[in-house]
Design a protein around this ligand. Structure first.
Ligand SMILES: Nc1ncnc2c1ncn2[C@@H]1O[C@H](COP(=O)(O)OP(=O)(O)OP(=O)(O)O)[C@@H](O)[C@H]1O
Ligand SMILES: [Mg+2]
Length: 270
């Protein structure tokens, strides 16, 4: 198994219990560099909990994580930059008192030798360090089409711009594994199309684990899907395989992909 996980993440039989609630029940999945893996499922299925386990915010009750062939033992959120793992939060999570550019630079703080707050006050260990980080942050903002907002504060900007900035903040650490928790929530359908293309392009240099409720985006962007329901993996496979799985339709996709039965019963318009 360790070999299979080389160059990516393997979640192996991970369970998480909150009080009496089994939020994850022996969940296994893999995400390798070069692929976008979607994690889908109804509200409360355990998707964010899964991310919290990978990021070291929540300790699994049982099971293990293997990253690039090595088992992670008691890792913590502050280890993520070193492990080359980055995530975006469900929502936005930008710091309101910092500009968009500063927020993106904040994503690099654990990579910097100088502490970020002192850095903001001008005490960077070297001016090259600051210049390099600033240049890279600006380039990412441009790449995401929001360069013009670098000097703005998040609260003054549309939600879609804030979402892109939070993606830039995750990318500044140059991750090998990127975890995205509902990156398309609140985006227009044009923004969503662009995001899908961008995520595909990112996967050439990293593994992308995508939690998302927008099925159009999931189906067009993901190489593989894992479906959670009540903390359990109920299906996995290509988007086509998963959308044809009756258990998935029952548990989650429901109305969206319901097919008219061949021989019996009324169709959806009846
Ligand atoms: N810290 C916690 N303490 C207790 N219960 C929790 C905690 N975090 C999550 N849960 C519970 O665990 C279950 C899984 O929650 P989780 O947030 O992972 O679901 P989700 O799939 O991300 O849902 P959504 O699609 O709504 O974001 C839910 O029943 C939730 O109430
Ligand atoms: Mg969630």
């Amino acid at each position: 198994m360790d070999n299979q996980a080389a160059g990516g993440l393997a979640v192996e039989g991970v369970s998480v219990e909150f009080g009496g609630l089994l939020a994850l029940d022996a969940v296994s999945l893999e995400c390798r560099v070069g692929e976008v893996v979607g994690v889908i499922g109804p509200n409360g299925a355990g998707k964010t909990t899964l991310f919290n386990v990978v990021c070291g915010f929540v300790r699994p009750t049982s099971g293990r994580l293997v990253l690039n062939g090595r088992t992670l033992v008691h890792h913590r959120p502050h280890d993520l930059a070193r492990l080359k793992v980055a995530r975006t939060l469900q929502g936005v999570g930008l710091v309101p008192g910092l500009t968009i550019l500063e927020n993106v630079m904040l994503g690099a703080q654990s990579l910097l030798k100088a502490d970020f707050l002192s850095a903001l006050l001008g005490a960077w260990r070297s001016s090259q360090e600051e210049t390099r980080c600033r240049r890279r942050s600006r380039a990412l903002l441009d790449e995401l089409g929001i360069g013009e907002f670098a000097g703005w504060y998040p609260g003054a900007l549309p939600y879609g711009v804030q979402k892109r900035a939070s993606l830039a903040r995750a990318l500044i650490a140059d991750p090998a594994l990127l975890l995205l928790d509902e990156p398309a929530s609140g985006l227009s359908s044009d923004d969503m199309d662009e995001l899908g293309g961008y995520l595909k392009s990112l996967s050439s240099r990293m593994g992308v684990l995508l939690v998302e409720h927008h099925m159009d985006l999931v189906m067009s962007t993901c190489d593989r899907l894992v479906v959670l329901n009540f903390g359990r993996v109920i299906a996995g496979g290509t988007p086509n395989e998963v959308s044809a799985d009756p258990e998935v339709t029952r548990a989650y996709l429901g109305e969206e992909v319901r097919r008219v039965p061949d021989t019996e019963g009324p169709g959806p318009d009846a």
